[in-house]
Design a protein around this ligand. Structure first.
Ligand code: SAH
Ligand code: SF4
Length: 417
């Protein structure tokens, strides 16, 4: 999501006549698009911002902008005025569209601007897309779920869906421009349409997108297990949908899921996985896990560990629980010591590495519809490279690839005509 927001900021600045550079020394304006989902991300952003102090002494005209969800917090760990002195412009998640005006104002009066107001209306910005094949498209902003560990609902507000017609038009243009993957973005894409006063649902949106003509596929993230409907599962088997699904479980313990306010239990999650696998047998499933949530006992952790072994996820993003100020979990009893959290996350990551090795052997002699991204590289829907035994000129085209051999972790395959 942040990547796409940065793409939008780039468009806004290029439209003002600026040019992108990755070198701080060449820059007239440096933008930090921050994330505060975990403490580590916030600390990293702060230390990178602070590194600009010396550059600012050398280049008095340099303008430093800090935006994204870090300054949008009610009680930010790093205060935009007191702690982030090096920043000239600080803006929150609601007002990126005002950046151009703010820059013009700052150039004239050189007075620090801090604007984290919550604007009700969503202003859709155009983007310069960094990836040649993948285009991100926001479908819903904000989140109503209030998982007890999560800061997102506080910094991104309530759910706001874009109108279906606008999304369909944007995707039609992107497909005509040659994008091969359209990735729909939302904190919980399954909620799409609930706030619109019409018939729009996520399943209907997907079905309509699948009707668009062209050689492209649709991905989405993220999907909340509590309301992944049968209608959505039915659309997943459409050939325009990628054979990959990210379905964050967070924990395998019912007690912890309840404390997290996830609104589903393990049985419900398992029933969704089995419905999805029945509808699309070759689908790659990935997940997010939080270890060391307050109150997580060894037994609770073992339930999560068992779940990972059972589902055999293609990818697991495992995070150590991080206290976020203002969230209910922050003040819960029985916070887990860091040493234990660290041991648990490593245990999960090691187990997952072993699972990935087993899964790799299962790719042998199977055929995957892949995008050719280089003369000798094809990419599966789940983002795995298959090296081609013979080079091809059909770059940017979907082809069926049969996996012929496996050397270490590397897959080798051939185009199947
Ligand atoms: N809306 C998405 C998640 C967005 S945040 C969803 O509900 O699936 C991405 C991931 O960050 C989450 O799935 C969770 O695993 C992790 N995360 C969020 N808050 C966290 C916290 N306080 N500590 C550790 N991990 C966290
Ligand atoms: Fe955070 Fe839960 Fe909303 Fe995801 S669904 S953004 S984890 S509150």
């Amino acid at each position: 999501m942040n990547v796409h927001e940065s793409e939008k900021i780039c468009r806004l600045l290029e439209d003002m006549g600026m040019q992108k550079t990755d070198k701080n020394d060449d820059a007239d304006v440096v933008i930090f698009n921050t994330c505060c989902i975990r403490e580590g991300a916030e600390n990293r952003a702060f230390s990178n911002i602070m590194k600009l102090k010396s550059l600012k002494i050398r280049n008095k005209d340099l303008i430093v902008v800090v935006c994204g969800c870090m300054p949008q917090q009610k009680n930010p760990k790093y205060d935009p005025i007191k702690d982030i002195k090096v920043a000239d412009i600080v803006l929150g998640t609601y007002n990126t569209h005002l950046l151009g005006e703010m820059l013009k104002r700052f150039v004239i009066d050189r007075k620090k601007i801090v604007d984290t107001n919550e604007y009700i209306e969503n202003i859709e910005l155009d983007a310069i897309r960094d990836d040649k094949y993948n285009a991100y498209v926001n479908i819903i902003y904000g989140c109503n779920n209030f998982c007890t560990y999560c800061v997102v609902p506080y910094v991104r507000g309530r759910e706001r869906s874009r109108k279906m017609g606008d999304i369909l038009n944007e995707v039609k243009i992107l497909v005509a421009q040659g994008y091969k993957y359209i990735t729909l973005l939302g904190q919980n894409v399954n909620s799409y349409g609930k706030d619109l006063n019409d018939e729009s649902t996520f399943a209907i949106l997907l079905a309509n997108l699948c009707e668009i003509e062209g050689d492209f596929k649709i991905k989405f993230m993220t999907s909340h297990p509590k309301d992944l409907s049968d209608d959505v599962i039915n659309v997943l088997s459409n050939k325009k949908m990628v054979r990959a699904l990210h379905l964050p479980v967070q924990s395998g313990s019912d007690k912890i899921l309840k404390l997290m306010n996830r609104k589903y239990d393990l049985n419900h999650y398992l029933s969704i996985i089995s419905k999805v696998r029945k509808a699309v047998p070759d689908i790659a499933i990935s997940t997010d896990i939080i270890v060391g949530f307050p109150g997580e006992t060894e037994e609770d952790f073992e339930s999560t560990f068992d779940l990972i072994k059972k589902i055999k996820y293609n990818q697991v993003f495992a995070y150590i629980y991080s206290k976020r100020s203002g969230t209910p979990a922050c003040n819960m009893a029985d916070q887990v010591p860091y040493k234990i959290k660290n041991e648990r996350v490593n245990k999960i990551l090691n187990e997952h590495r072993a699972i990935v090795e087993i899964l790799s052997t299962q790719y042998l002699n199977k055929t995957f519809n892949c995008l050719i991204i280089k003369p000798n590289v094809a990419l599966t829907d789940a983002g795995k490279d298959i090296l081609l035994k013979e080079k091809t000129k059909q770059i940017g085209v979907f082809k069926n690839i049969e996996v012929k051999s496996l050397v270490g972790k590397t897959l080798f395959g051939e185009i199947k005509e």
